[in-house]
Design a binder for this molecule. Structure first.
Ligand code: GUN
Ligand code: FE
Length: 494
């Protein structure tokens, strides 16, 4: 007996079937069951009789079908494969220094503040709300070294219904005096954190396959972790079959420091490999300045690269050649890298990934002083869409669960309204081509176009939810006036 259907959409769907294949389905019916999975997808439903016939087979009432308008469409939720929740307060500032100086001057002092749980309680709800509002249905977070505020972020992500990977940061050397852990503490608190997060969804019976929130082992980078710490984290990853995240080959000064710290190892990628930190569940952010030997090792270990173009431009780390990574068969997703990157939005990451790929394309043509070098063509719209959705799903090893709208996957989706109130994109009446409307949204749209944001079939954000909340607040205010301020809804203590 199939699960009961909780939602049915009728209209246009846009999703990636492969890097090159962006599928656009019009007049399509999509049904989501009560467990949040896509139960059916019927294409070319061209008349009411067929529509009613299909939904009646699923015993779904016709009046509850969510009918998209002509220019609205559904697309998969965005996956941010690398972001620092803790650095959100610095976003948009401090872009005058390269990585290592930037860390010391701006980033470590801010991260230190999360030793106080109440600081985390002020910042983290804003971060999760804003990421959801921007369409990030799955986020891979770095927190700080602090156990309690890291646990708090994990609880919060669960409460707000986002899919998330939460990494308590490890750092036991080359760090400021007031922002460092001992080796022992670092390992112990990481194990406690893993157990805590693995237990979070026990009450909902979501311990295994279907959980929303996962722990991820997070050595900050090889500069701030001793060999012993990295060895221990590699062992923990094996013991609990955990994903791992870190930074790799972001900045030339960083790479030089790595070769001073690990003179016996040939390159940066091998440093992580030597400590058991590279496997198919590893996500490395940046990967800009990799040698061909390192690319080969990355491919062999099947690790994923989180491409963070906004950050790479903002703190002048370099321009990553994503085309080359893809040609080598390496998995690539997109990351905002707050606050090295100033924007919380994956739409912004897509746009900067587009620009970065064009910079590589044009620069490679200049070297030869010939017409544009066709060996590094810039990324296309289907490829950019893939990186933001399916590519991210591959990095977090959820490509069988999310990333597009295949039947059986969980429904993480965005309902986009190009004609929303105060929409930043203008569509002229004669622009009927849905692919061009989609392209306009990708390059000009923002959260005002995100009518609804769904994770696992549940609406968790979006403009209609916010306006409902606002309406509710307005109603409560009026109630409060009516009851002379003693309404128990407005004042839970009354
Ligand atoms: N490398 C080590 N830590 C960081 C960080 O917080 N941000 C970025 N962009 N790179 C890093
Ligand atoms: Fe980062």
């Amino acid at each position: 007996m199939p699960n009961k259907i909780s939602k049915v959409f009728y209209g246009t769907l846009i999703h990636s079937l492969s890097l090159a294949n962006l599928e656009i389905l019009q007049n399509t019916l999509l049904g989501v069951d009560i467990s949040g999975k896509i139960a059916f997808l019927e294409k070319n439903v061209l008349d009411e009789i067929t529509l009613i016939h299909i939904i009646s087979q699923w015993e779904f009432p016709e009046q509850e079908v969510i009918r998209l308008s002509k220019r609205q469409f559904l697309m998969p939720g965005f996956i941010d494969t690398h972001t620092h929740a803790s650095q959100y307060p610095n976003a948009g500032t401090g872009m005058d220094l390269p990585l290592l100086d930037w860390l010391n001057k701006y980033t470590f002092p801010l991260e230190q503040s999360y030793s106080s749980l109440s600081f985390a309680e002020k910042v983290y709800p804003i971060v999760v709300n804003n990421l959801l509002r921007s369409g990030t249905t799955t986020a891979v977070y770095f927190t700080t070294i602090h156990l309690e505020s890291s646990k708090y972020l994990a609880r919060l992500v669960k409460e707000k219904g986002q899919r998330g990977f939460i990494g308590k940061v490890n750092m036991d050397c080359n760090s400021p005096e007031n922002y460092i852990e001992s080796l022992d503490n670092s390992v112990k608190s990481t194990e406690e954190f893993i157990k805590y997060v693995l237990n979070l969804e026990k009450d909902e019976g979501r311990e295994n396959g279907s959980r929303l929130v996962y722990p991820i082992i997070t050595p900050r980078f090889a500069i701030t972790c001793t060999s012993q710490l990295m060895d221990s984290l590699g062992l923990l990853a094996k013991k609990y079959n955990m994903p791992i995240q870190s930074h790799l080959s972001e900045n030339i000064g960083e790479i030089n420091f790595i070769s001073e710290l690990f003179p016996h190892l040939p390159d940066y990628t091998t440093v992580y490999d030597h400590h058991g930190l590279l496997n198919e569940k590893t996500i490395m952010a940046h990967g800009i300045h990799l040698s061909s030997k390192e690319l080969k090792l990355i491919k062999e270990r099947n690790i994923g690269i989180s491409h963070c173009p906004t950050s790479n431009f903002a703190i002048c780390s370099g321009v990553c050649n994503v085309r080359q990574l893809l040609d080598e068969g390496i998995k690539v997703g997109l990351g905002t890298d707050l606050s090295g990157g100033y924007s919380k939005s994956i739409l912004n990451a897509i746009r900067n990934a587009n620009i970065a790929s064009r910079v590589v394309f044009m620069a490679s043509s200049k070297v030869d002083d010939k017409p544009l070098n066709k060996s590094f063509p810039h990324l296309t719209l289907p490829e950019l869409t893939y990186l933001a959705t399916m590519g991210g799903a591959e990095l977090v090893n959820l490509d069988k669960i999310i990333g597009n709208f295949l039947i059986g996957k969980e429904f993480d989706a965005l309902l986009i309204d190009p004609d929303a109130c105060q929409s930043p994109l203008d569509i002229f009446d004669d622009l009927e081509d849905i692919e061009r409307i989609f392209e306009k949204f990708i390059f000009l749209g923002d959260e005002r176009n995100l009518k609804s944001v769904y994770v696992k079939g549940k609406k968790v954000s979006g403009t209609d939810l916010e306006s409902m909340n606002l309406r509710e607040k307005e109603l409560l205010k009026n109630l409060s006036k009516l009851y002379g301020g003693n309404c128990h809804l407005c004042n839970p203590n009354s």
